[in-house]
Design a protein around this ligand. Sequence first.
Ligand SMILES: NC(=O)c1ccc[n+]([C@@H]2O[C@H](COP(=O)([O-])OP(=O)(O)OC[C@H]3O[C@@H](n4cnc5c(N)ncnc54)[C@H](O)[C@@H]3O)[C@@H](O)[C@H]2O)c1
Length: 357
Amino acid sequence: MKRIRVGIIGQGRSGRNIHAVVFNTEKLKEKFQLAAVADLDIARCKESCEENPGCKAYTDFREMLKDSSLDLIVNASQSPDHVPFSIEAMEAGHAVLCEKPLARTVSEADRVIAASKRTGQFFAVFQQSRFAPTFRKVLEVMNSGVLGRIVMVRVVFNGFSRRWDWQTLQDMNAGSLLNTGPHPLDQALQFFGNVDPETVFCRMDRANTWGDAEDHVKVILTAKGHPVIDMEVSSCAPPGQRVYEVYGTNGTLHGSHSELEWRFFDPADAPAHHLIREPLPDRAYCSEKLSFTTEKWTSSEQGMDFSYRTIKLYENLYDALVNGGKLEVTLEQVRRQIAVIEECHRQNPLSKLPLGV
Ligand SMILES: NC(=O)c1ccc[n+]([C@@H]2O[C@H](COP(=O)([O-])OP(=O)(O)OC[C@H]3O[C@@H](n4cnc5c(N)ncnc54)[C@H](O)[C@@H]3O)[C@@H](O)[C@H]2O)c1
């Protein structure tokens, strides 16, 4: 079995805690080998190398790119470096998996996509929320038809928290929409139906942040023949909110990141009616008893494990790299996501911090 030799740029929260740690898991250890890591801070590299015999540590990722034995570069650098470092890695002759957000604008995303075509190098984006079992279950219930025509879907990745790191800065391609947003937006666009929205409405605000980027975002997407998408990423939200709500003509679904409940009726078994224009007799309201079927679903503990989605994405990536299989998260889908994000920023020009702060 081909074992893919991986080099990672960045050994921070993502490069180390999401990526470096999964290559030693039972599921991936025969398919991948962590062969090199690069970070400005050598101590961060050494931690990962100690756990992976033969792994080389670099402070300059460009030195790492000179190692032609690496089959895959994972770009887990800070967000503004996603486009330039990915292009450099492909030009150096490597396949690349890049962390989200791919880019701030469509034209930046197109530069990477063009570099992949020009160099003939494989390029993919790390959007592991596509593999979240609860998201998949929502999609399965929607597609089964029991809820009827889907009128609206709400996706809410909210919390109450304060933040003061680089993920609060506009010039770091940060803020809630570029940082957390790619997770719910990737899912929302799947619920929407894999087409470009006709309208995008967005309102951003700054609530509990030390930086100049937003930490409160509301996005509404519409297109004829598609459900309205109502998406939120907010740092000033009340607790206990539902993550998913689906509104259908024959039923509804709601749930959290781990549990779902849906109920629906069968129109064939429902009382028959005809439209009445005249005032109803006895000043009555329309009233009937619909017989609802209720179903519940709880994610397995394994499915809720943080690394589950990462491992699933790497399994898909391996299949694409080694067997020519299809990537689940396509570049066209990521480009659509970036187009929505770019339009949201266009509608919400936020004031910036003075230079040097
Ligand atoms: N997919 C996810 O769920 C997820 C989760 C966390 C972060 N991320 C993404 O991963 C990226 C990194 O975020 P993070 O939270 O790990 O940041 P971080 O600040 O924790 O880590 C960034 C690391 O990059 C290193 N670095 C900076 N410049 C470098 C350079 N030129 N060469 C090599 N290393 C360099 C820093 O020293 C640091 O160790 C971001 O784009 C973020 O959006 C994704």
